[in-house]
Design a protein around this ligand. Structure first.
Ligand SMILES: [Zn+2]
Length: 374
């Protein structure tokens, strides 16, 4: 079982310089290999394998790029692996053709696949070639470190994402039982509504910070290119972006942890929404991406895996909010503006809670084979 932990690191000036060297060298190798692959393909119609690129890299370190020895060689190899994966995704048609990495792109990163140590008590992280990096460990972990990715965010802050193999076995998932299943629905007014009638508000600070962000971005676009003020303004915008992202991260993880750790329910039924399809609707788009819905679904899924709980994804069915959960009759029309409605059977419904109950009912009605516990 793999778990990821993200920590803020506070490199000294000398350490930060070494990190910048790593960013630069890793980017250089990525672009160098991408160019070689393209040229080779144009000339021969064949692709250049990772193996050959590795040999070329080792050779050129000795010949024309001795400066590469200043950085961790494993990070350089990881860069070749990333390029290989990028091509793999391109051929699987899940990504665009790999592009050259830019020096001034907002995020810079490098990976260390081996020889990493953490000292929780002293608050230090050891990477190959960069020892004793002051780190704020807001939580500890046990298990084997797989890789560490060091990143510099546009705000100039540095982070280390540590991927850890947890040696604890994954618990067997619980049986899916009706009274221990909770239907979950998303809303615009509320982030989450469950079939028991609980609602979690969408945090207002997203909207507030977004307003600020838009204003700052407008200021930025009016500034002269390459001016000193523009660079300052750019940093301001980057910091606001990071603020929104951090808040969203905290919010999503808080809610998913509550459900996976503390809630009585052992199964959660949820619509597997096609976010792409919905994003075409612009008004919804902002709300949905702000909610971090995809992020939430992801976090809930793996936290449930850790705790032996189930996430039952049901296919998209537009009628969920239009169908009466008491009698099963579908309403002809139910405009989005209507929040409370009455069915001809006499049942009174809150639109969102009814939808969450319907999601629960649908998930339990699925034949067991289709009850994909994700
Ligand atoms: Zn009814």
């Amino acid at each position: 079982m793999l778990k990821a932990y993200k920590y803020r690191i506070y490199p000294t000036k000398a350490q930060a310089e070494l990190m910048e060297k790593h960013f630069g060298c890793v980017r250089h190798i990525y672009n160098w290999a991408l160019n070689l692959k393209q040229v080779h393909y144009q000339e021969t119609g064949k692709s250049l394998s990772k193996r050959v690129l590795q040999d070329l890299l080792v050779a050129s370190k000795k010949l024309d790029k001795p400066w590469l020895t200043e950085v961790n060689s494993q990070s350089l190899l990881a860069s070749l692996l990333n390029l290989d994966n990028a091509f793999g995704n391109f051929f699987k048609k899940i990504a665009k053709f790999p592009r050259f990495k830019k020096k001034h792109s907002s995020y810079q990163s490098f990976q260390c696949p081996q020889h990493v140590e953490v000292n929780f008590e002293a608050g230090l992280l050891n990477l190959p070639k960069i020892k004793n990096i002051p780190t704020k460990f807001h939580c500890t972990f046990s298990g084997k470190i797989k890789t560490v990715t060091v990143k510099r965010a546009p705000s100039g802050k540095y982070f280390a994402s540590i991927l850890v193999e947890d040696l604890e076995a994954i618990p067997m998932p619980a049986l899916i039982e009706q009274d221990k299943t909770l239907g979950l629905d998303i809303g615009i007014r509320h982030f989450l509504i469950d079939s028991e009638g609980n609602k979690i508000e969408n945090p207002k600070y997203f909207l507030n910070t977004l307003k600020k962000l838009r204003a700052q971005q407008r200021t930025l676009s009016r500034m002269k290119k390459d001016s000193h003020n523009r660079a300052k303004q750019k940093l301001k915008v980057a910091i606001l972006h990071e603020k929104v992202a951090n808040k969203r991260y905290d919010f999503v993880h808080q809610i998913s942890a509550k459900l996976a750790d503390k809630n009585q329910a052992t199964s959660f039924a949820i619509e597997d929404l096609h976010i792409k399809g919905m994003v075409q609707n612009h008004k919804l788009a902002r709300a949905i991406s702000d909610c971090g819905w995809r992020m939430f679904l992801n976090a809930l899924s793996y936290k449930c895996d850790w705790n032996g709980k189930n996430v039952i994804k049901i296919g998209r069915f537009a009628a969920s909010s239009k169908t009466c959960s008491a009698c099963g009759v579908k309403q002809e029309k139910l405009p989005l503006s209507i929040q409370v409605w009455a069915c001809s059977c006499g049942a009174q419904h809150d639109r969102d809670i009814n939808a969450a109950i319907m999601i629960k009912q649908f998930s339990l009605a699925q034949p067991p084979g289709q009850c994909a516990a994700a």
